[in-house]
Structure formats: C-alpha cells, structure tokens
Design a binder for this molecule. Structure first.
Ligand SMILES: C[S@@+](CC[C@H](N)C(=O)[O-])C[C@H]1O[C@@H](n2cnc3c(N)ncnc32)[C@H](O)[C@@H]1O
Length: 459
C-alpha cells in the first residue's frame, strides 16, 4: 500500500516536473498539483487514485464518425466510448436509468440509448437542449423527413430577418446570408414539430461553417476561411446534414435492437428537482470546468439564429443562470458577493488568498472579482451535487469528469475540491482516475489534468 502510494506520488511528480520553473517563478503562494494530490491521499486514504489505463479518450473528437453523435460537433462534449466503459463498469442494463445533469449535446443519453439503458438529461441552454432533443428522438420516419426536404423550395427570396443583435453583416457574406435566410424560412414552415427538430438541428449545424467565423474553442473571425466560402455552400451543407440524419435514423431503427428511452429537461441543475417517478441508478456527467470558457458567448451564433435569445441582455441572463464562467455579469457577482458564503473549505480559502496578490501583480486582468468567482464556481457545483443527492436512488454511483485549472497562475485542484464537496454532502468517494493532460490556455507549458471522480450515494 505504502509502496503503491509512493509510486503514485512519483508518477505525479514526473508528470508535472517540467512545470517546476513556473512554480519557482510564482513563488511562495503556489501549491503544486502533486502537493495537493499527496495531501488528498492523506485525508482520504480509502480513495483509490490511479491513471486511466484504457485511455479511450474523453473528448468529443472521437464521436465525429459515430452515428447520431456526429450530427453536431460540440467541442465540450465527451466520447461515446467513455460512456460505454462506465455503463459496463457500473454494470448498468435495461433495468437502470442514468442521469446527466449537464447533458449538453447528449453524448450520455445517446450512448445509453444505444446500449438499451434508460436515461434522463438536464441542459440549461435552450439551443443545446434542442440538439439534445433531436438526437434522442429516434422514432421519426426517415422517408417523411426526405419528403419534407424534397418539398422545400429554396428559389424564393427570403422575407425573414437575421438576428438583430449579432454582427450579421460581418459574419456572413451577402449571398451566403440570403441563402441562410431562405433555409431558415423553409425550416420554419415545417409544421410537424417531431420532424422540424431535425431540420432545426441541420440548420444550426450549417451556421458556423458558412460564416466568416471559427470556433477553436472560442469564437472569432477567420480571414483565411472567408476566401474559400461560396454562395451555395449553405444549401450543400444543409442537404448533407439532412442525408446524414436520415441515414443515421435508418441505422438506429434497424440495427439497435433494444433502445433505451431518454427523457430531457431544459432546466437549471442547481435548482431542478426530478419528478418523483424518475428513479436514477447512476450519474455520468461532466460540468463546465473552472476556466474562461463561455458557453453562451461561443454559441451565440446558434442561440441567436434559433431565436433562443433576442438581445445580448438575454444572453447575459442565460449565462448568469449557468454554472459559473468568468464572463458572468458584474451585477450578478456584486449581489452574490453580499451573500454569506455557503462553503468553507481550507484549500479554497488558501487559493482565494493566493489569487489576491496575483490580481494586483498581473497587468491587464479583465476583472477584479476573481476571488468571488472562484467561490461561486464551487458553490454552484455544491448546489448541483446536493440537488442530485436528493433525486438519485440510494446506492447510485457517480462518474464525474472534470479538469483542474490555473487561475491567475494559482493552481486549482478542481477535481479534488469537487470530491471534498461531494463527501461533505454525504456521498462516499471511491476513486479518482487521472486521464489525459491538457494545456493551460493561459500558460501553454503548464500541464493540466482531466480526472474521472467516482463517488456513491450510500445505500
Ligand atoms: C461540459 S458540457 C457537457 C457536454 C456533454 N457531456 C456532451 O457530451 O455534449 C457542460 C454543459 O452543462 C451545461 N450547463 C451549465 N450550467 C448548467 C446548469 N446550471 N444546469 C444545467 N446545465 C448546465 C452547459 O450548457 C453545457 O452544455
């Protein structure tokens, strides 16, 4: 046991060794990833910490060729094969139901359906929720979709308007814009909502590739790309996507013998209580990470065109309801700062204290309320975990994928702190698998990790 622990600590040391220079540079207030790991092991000796052996990849790139998953490319999603691994590991079958409180584009739900396991997904973003709904609706007749598509007449000039609050003229070349508007108008004329959802998804999927923008992962203008765009591109992409949808629906309807059922809610997982008749046996999920990734800002093109927001104010309201990212409104944070803190965790207090001098030293920091942002992120996670605890069955097992962070050069062991919060709520932490390493967006040399946390509601 001791030997095993020593080797894990030395593994972690070598894993991070090339970052020593950074730690030295930052000085006294920088606690290292392996210091935290070591302390965690002392505090939680029963929690098995290991490196993921199968290494089947957590990220969405693996889904790009997979039926149904490939309908959209949600960079923040994880892989189907990961969900299959957990379904097997947890011994889940058609008698069980999985919950994903951060369902996103539905990787967990779709994978569960493929394996004949029931599932429930909660997603707050109404546009991503539409994607989730379409991807988990497998019973439409592919021939009817084809007929609807064949009946669409794109030759008539569009009378619909683009979203007023987006920089549409900069984002789309004029002829491309006209064709996008024509497609939008024809999609809106599909009166059967069960069929319309696929066309809406197809429409949303063509916006980015037809625009002068790229998302990698944040959205921005791409001058090189705009030279290669041509007016008919939206029609071509739309047709390809509709064909893909038809082909994948045929595939699942003929090849997936026993499909799981999926239910979804467009709700806030911090507050939403599942209906009592929905029993949950396992949770497989991945929350937003503690970083600057702005889910709303980066998907505003789709949100605006799908009419799920009519102004930047609407976008801001949605962002403020979500698990925190560092683009939340200052007014929301101001009123939040006046509330009594919900959580007291020594590590978090230390990180907040360490980040304060960094805020003064660093030039060009976008905002001055990082200490409160840090606290709010973990309080949001606390709320979701507590809420989930009330909704799931005794004995339910949880697999929670999260990355750690570097905020103002202060290292934040987001995974380990999340586990501590789970334990406070009443879950029993059982294991941590360290998966892939990522690069910090701010300091490319700094290796961050991604972990799968395993914990369980005691029976
Ligand atoms: C890491 S992504 C999950 C992606 C998903 N695993 C997939 O494969 O598509 C996190 C998701 O949580 C959603 N989210 C953020 N805050 C939420 C909240 N309070 N309630 C429900 N969903 C939320 C975001 O919109 C985002 O889609």
């Amino acid at each position: 046991m001791v030997n095993n622990m020593n080797s894990l600590v030395s593994d972690a040391e070598s894993f991070y060794s090339h970052n020593y220079a950074l730690w030295e540079g930052i000085g006294y207030h920088f606690k290292t990833p392996d210091t935290y790991l070591h302390e965690f092991k002392l505090r939680f000796p029963d929690v098995k910490i290991s490196h993921r052996l199968l290494n089947r990849g957590l990220n969405f790139a693996n889904n790009k060729q997979r039926p149904i998953h490939r309908w959209t490319s949600y960079l923040e999603g994880f892989s189907e094969s990961f969900v299959y691994d957990i379904i097997e590991q947890f011994g889940l079958s058609s008698d069980h139901r999985i919950l994903d409180p951060f369902a996103g584009s539905g990787t967990v739900n779709v994978a569960a359906m493929m394996k004949g396991v029931d599932s429930v997904g909660i997603e707050i973003n109404p546009t991503i929720f539409r994607v989730l709904l379409a991807k988990t609706s497998w019973d439409a007749n592919p021939r009817e979709i084809q007929h609807q598509y064949d009946a669409m007449n794109f030759s008539k000039k569009a009378s619909t308007e683009p979203p007023a609050f987006l920089e549409t003229e900069r984002q789309f070349q004029p002829e491309i814009l006209e064709n996008i508007l024509r497609i939008k108008e024809r999609v809106g004329l599909v009166d059967n909502p069960r069929l319309r959802c696929y066309f809406e998804l197809a429409f949303a999927s063509i916006l980015l590739p037809s625009s002068n923008l790229r998302r990698s992962p944040s959205i921005g203008y791409d001058k090189k790309k705009s030279k290669n765009l041509y007016p008919k591109l939206p029609f071509q992409l739309f047709e390809e996507k509709v064909k893909e949808i038809i082909s994948d629906l045929r595939f699942v309807q003929t090849k997936v013998e026993k499909q799981g059922k999926s239910i979804s809610f467009c709700e806030d997982s911090k507050a939403f209580a599942l209906p009592e008749d929905i029993a949950v046996d396992a949770v497989i999920t991945s929350p937003p990470y503690l970083n600057s990734f702005d889910y709303v800002g980066n998907y505003k093109l789709e949100i605006g065109w799908m009419e799920d927001a009519a102004s930047t104010k609407d976008l801001s309201k949605l962002r403020d309801r979500m698990v925190l990212c560092d683009n939340v409104s200052r007014s929301m944070m101001k009123s939040y700062a006046e509330q009594t803190p919900l959580l007291s965790i020594d590590w978090l207090d230390y990180i907040i204290a360490a980040s304060k001098p960094r805020m003064r030293e660093r030039i060009g920091i976008r905002r001055k309320d990082y200490p409160i942002l840090l606290r709010k992120y973990f309080e949001d996670i606390h709320m979701v975990l507590s809420n989930m605890y009330e909704s799931i069955n005794d004995g339910a097992r949880v697999a929670w994928v999260v990355g750690d962070s570097l905020i103002l050069d202060v290292y934040v062991p987001t995974d380990l702190i999340t586990m501590m919060i789970a334990q406070r709520i009443g879950y029993r932490p059982t294991g941590i698998e360290i998966d892939r390493t990522r690069r910090s967006g701010i300091r490319r040399t700094f290796a961050l990790r991604e972990s799968i946390l395993y914990f369980q509601k005691e029976a």
